[in-house]
Design a protein around this ligand. Structure first.
Ligand code: URA
Length: 207
């Protein structure tokens, strides 16, 4: 599986803000939006473009547009903090939604919402979820997408655990990962270490 770690100095600085326990919810949301911009920029770096003929105030020329804008799929709740910025970067995109809670006892994903187009066979998909921990929620989402024919899936995450990266790689699904960091691992509660805590709570407060 292709894994891209965005370690631009600005990405590292925003990630440090996210990790710092002193960062309040509003500042966390701001840093997450900034970092999402960098991750989406990187995720689209090899995207095909189509020619567009335009006229500038001076001359005619051939410009470019995204040939096939990705469907953006935030995984609720934590992915909500990424979708507005991602959509601002790619206003041509459509947006689908997947809602997955996490059972705090078993650490298993508990799906509660699925709002996706029926046919994704010709659409690249960017799944937006800040934390790739065990990979359970991401794999559930990817299986929903593959079930609709998706063959080009990008997991856009802020922090990944090696366990989650392995789970995606071993799934055999057509997925690549763009992330700002691959951390040390998971603790007994399946939180990423050092990580940044609960990405949903840190944006929106505790449930
Ligand atoms: N989900 C989170 O929000 N944080 C983690 O560390 C793991 C899963």
């Amino acid at each position: 599986m292709d894994v891209t770690v965005v370690d631009h100095p600005l990405a590292r600085a925003r990630l440090t803000t996210l990790r710092d326990e002193r960062t309040d919810n509003a500042s966390f949301r701001g840093a997450l939006a900034d970092l999402t911009q960098m991750l989406i920029y990187e995720a689209l770096s090899g995207a095909p473009v189509a020619d567009v003929e335009i006229t500038t105030p001076v001359a005619t020329m051939t410009g470019a547009k995204l040939a096939n804008p990705p469907l953006l799929v935030p995984v609720l709740r934590a992915g909500l903090g990424m979708v507005e910025q991602a959509h601002a970067m790619v206003p041509e995109s459509n947006v689908g939604f997947v809602g997955i809670a996490r059972d705090e006892q078993t650490h298993q994903p508990v799906p509660y919402l699925e709002s996706l187009p029926d046919d994704l066979s010709r659409t690249p998909v960017f799944v937006l979820d800040p934390m790739l921990a065990t990979g359970g929620s991401m794999l559930h989402t990817i299986e929903l997408l593959v079930g609709r024919g998706a063959v080009d899936i990008t997991a856009v995450c802020v922090v990944a655990a090696p366990e989650g990266v392995s789970a995606l790689a071993e799934s055999g699904h057509p997925v690549r990962l763009v992330t700002a960091a691959v951390d040390d691992g998971l603790n007994d509660n399946a939180y990423i270490v050092p990580g940044l805590g609960d990405a949903g709570d840190r944006q929106f407060g505790p449930r």
